[in-house]
Ligand binder design. Sequence first.
Ligand code: NAD
Ligand code: MG
Length: 390
Amino acid sequence: MQRLTVLGSTGSIGKSTLDVVARHPDRYQITALTANQQDELLFEQCQRFHPRYAVLLDETASERLKKNLQIAGIATEVLCGTAALEQVSVLPEVDAVMAAIVGAAGMPPTLAAAKAGKKILLANKETLVLAGHLFMDAVHRSGSALLPIDSEHNAIFQALPRDYSGDMRSSGVSKILLTASGGPFRNTPIEQLQNVTPEQACAHPNWSMGRKISVDSASMMNKGLEVIEAHWLFNASADDIQVVVHPQSVIHSMVQYVDGSVLAQLGNPDMRTPIAFALAYPERIAAGVAPLDLFQIAKLDFVAPDFVRFPCLGLAYQALRAGGTVPALLNAANEVAVAAFLDRKIAFLDIPSLIESVLTSVARQEVNALKDVLDADAAARMAAQEWVTG
Ligand code: NAD
Ligand code: MG
């Protein structure tokens, strides 16, 4: 029996995780569920999974949840606040932590879980973008098992040798081919991009996801963040990672070897596949995902990414090459920009302009400790807010 904490259980990844868990009550048990403020959904999840703890960030929502659980006679203990997120990530009785909070807010509890040696199912890519060095150090030191949930990285993990040492060259790997759907604006005339709405940006052609990552997919910042994520997970340099636009989202990424072989992982675009893979690794369990119908798909296309249409992708490569706190600045500026776009305060094409301005105005620092990352994150958020209001 594996006991789980699900950070961000009310989100898109969190719900898919609970869907897979519910299919295997003999294998998985929920110890803690967490959410930002959606107490009603969290209440339903508590009714269904009877966790020992439920955490909400919002105090009013947590009071409501407490009351409703009491009325329903459910013994789940309700905790509130960011410290509680870390608390439920390091509990001695917890075996694995699903890191599925969105944004930089997901980093502290994920890092805490790594330090505590928990098995980590990593959906929160922002942890690696912000604090990749510190996080990977913590994983190596504690001996945590780290399993990527992001579909591309999960595919790469599956296509790499089982005993991959972290050294591409000695493993015969020549390149990582990171696939991208190209998002909803792959073919939109560039002059129309200025006026696209949050609704259009969130209407992803292949995946149903949270709003932040949907906008990131539309700007291709998501792929940029994933390049940085792949760098840390697989010890690959920016030059070793090639983005390949593949609109069908059937191949979830590939690994190219020196002998000319390319290994790919295919499947329907459904996050329950990588989630089930990571939960059961090295075994395989059913995920409720329909089998891939190759005859219906019939055709797979590949094109090179367009760095002019999608400046965010180039900015992310730049940030990875610059290193230090620059990826943290990129991430923070992007979070502010995406929130402002969703609030209709800035236009879609302002997102890369805002990020570029923050990267030029806030100085790069070395990352020696968590404080360096948090300071960079705060400085970039402040500069980005000024850009939005100024
Ligand atoms: P979502 O917006 O659907 O859900 C986010 C979850 O985090 C919710 O439970 C919410 O309550 C919680 N949350 C939000 N802000 C919080 C805060 N400040 N503190 C604590 N909790 C907070 O997001 P999602 O689409 O499920 O994505 C979650 C993570 O997984 C992101 O990092 C995303 O990049 C990554 N990811 C998602 C997908 C996908 O298909 N949705 C695919 C790959 C990677
Ligand atoms: Mg992805």
